[in-house]
Design a protein around this ligand. Structure first.
Ligand code: ADP
Ligand code: MG
Length: 367
């Protein structure tokens, strides 16, 4: 396969283990355009690594037409012929080789370039990753972040058609993770190479992805831009998995409200537009209302919900405020600081035109 920069398609991928008893991938569908960075996001055990290993050729899918690169079905192709570079969470560097030899290992094996050319490629890559001063060190003499850079370098020098990264930052501390994810995105842009980046961290996914594919229990539930996944989740699982603090959820019922419509949510009621009412009526009138913390405003009178502040978290650029209302906890997020204090009685107003409605089966209702 010699496509310099390839699009990848995963077509109804199924992969079971232990004679079908473990269904790691039930129906995974993905399309990654050449040069695109797709983040595969989902909780632990949902099938992300298995999907990536099937793409790399390290696992054989159950169906024979599962993995495509460009127009070619590569499902049965040997990993070494795929020209895809895999970077793992644990860097898996050779401990007895220095950084230079770790980076050049694959090129040396391939035997296509003369030694001087390999040297030039290794040094250019190390410079881009800002580890050119560490090339003579062994892995044990590198920090976690440095080792992960060498590991990336080892993938980059191969000039693959695509990069497959499986939670590459998971073992780094928080500050380094944030720094490295920005670097990975810049490198991906610079090389203009297709990349699939696996993570269970929704913030990492939002910050990195051109597209995010949200996976659960072996199925891709939604694919879209970070903004569309955040603002238009396809179902309750996606809405809950993305966003921190998580979306507020209320079980509600459609009611007639004078001349208009309303939603009765246990102990409070909010009015509703005719369009939303029609959607909710079509699924039997019972829905889960979802409101993100930043779409609830706090005042001292005239709100939809009465409550009392139980906790204020000042997070620098924003504040998260926990409110107790009728024994329930409601999360509110505001830009900048806040004047409310623990114990204050407050009134909350829901921004209904930013609210989500989910049918009893979890599907989002959209007009
Ligand atoms: N080689 C294997 N043998 C048996 N079960 C496996 C194997 N690899 C993965 N699984 C199972 O498949 C499911 C998905 O695993 P995995 O793809 O590693 O998830 P993730 O990477 O999203 O955490 C899990 O239930 C896991 O235990
Ligand atoms: Mg995994």
């Amino acid at each position: 396969m010699n496509a310099a920069n390839a699009g990848i398609r995963v077509n109804h991928l199924q992969k079971t283990f232990q004679q079908g008893r473990v269904r790691a991938c039930r129906d995974v569908n993905l399309a990654i355009a050449p040069g695109e960075l797709l983040v595969l996001l989902g909780p632990s055990g949902c099938g992300k690594t298995t999907t990536l290993r099937c793409i790399a050729g390290l696992e054989r899918p159950d169906n024979d037409d599962a993995i495509w690169v460009g127009e070619q079905n590569i499902t049965g192709m040997q990993p070494k012929d795929r020209n895809l570079a895999f970077v793992f969470q644990d860097t898996a560097l050779f401990p007895h080789l220095n950084a230079r030899k770790n980076i050049s290992f694959g090129l040396n094996m391939r035997k296509t370039f003369p030694a001087a050319e390999i040297r030039r490629k290794v040094e250019a890559t190390a410079k881009m990753l800002r580890v050119d001063h560490l090339l003579e060190r062994k892995p044990s003499q590198l920090s976690g972040g440095q080792a992960q850079r060498i590991s990336l370098g080892r993938a980059i020098v191969m000039e693959p058609a695509a990069f497959l990264l499986d939670e590459p930052l998971a073992s780094l501390d928080a500050a380094l993770r944030v720094e490295m994810r920005a670097e990975i995105k810049q490198i991906q842009r610079k090389l203009n190479t297709t990349m699939i980046f696996v993570t269970h961290d929704q913030e990492e996914a939002l910050s990195l992805g051109d597209q995010i594919a949200v996976m659960n229990e072996g199925v891709v539930l939604q694919v879209g831009s970070p903004a569309s996944i955040y603002l238009k989740p396809a179902n309750l699982f996606v809405a809950r998995f993305i966003g921190s603090p998580p979306v507020n959820q209320f079980e509600c019922e459609l009611v007639q409200d004078g001349g208009g419509y309303g939603l009765r949510c246990a102990w409070f009621e909010v009015s509703l537009g005719a369009e939303a009412a029609t959607l909710i009526d079509a699924v039997g009138g019972k829905v889960t209302l979802g409101v993100r913390p930043e779409f609830i405003s706090i005042g001292s009178e005239g709100g939809d919900i009465e409550g009392r502040v139980t906790l204020v978290e000042m997070l620098g650029s924003r504040s998260v405020i926990l409110i107790e209302a009728q024994g329930r906890e409601i999360r509110v997020s505001t830009q900048g600081g806040t004047t409310v204090k623990e114990g204050d009685p407050v009134q909350l107003t829901l921004t209904m035109d930013r609210a989500f409605f989910f049918a009893p089966d979890g599907r989002a209702l959209v007009g």
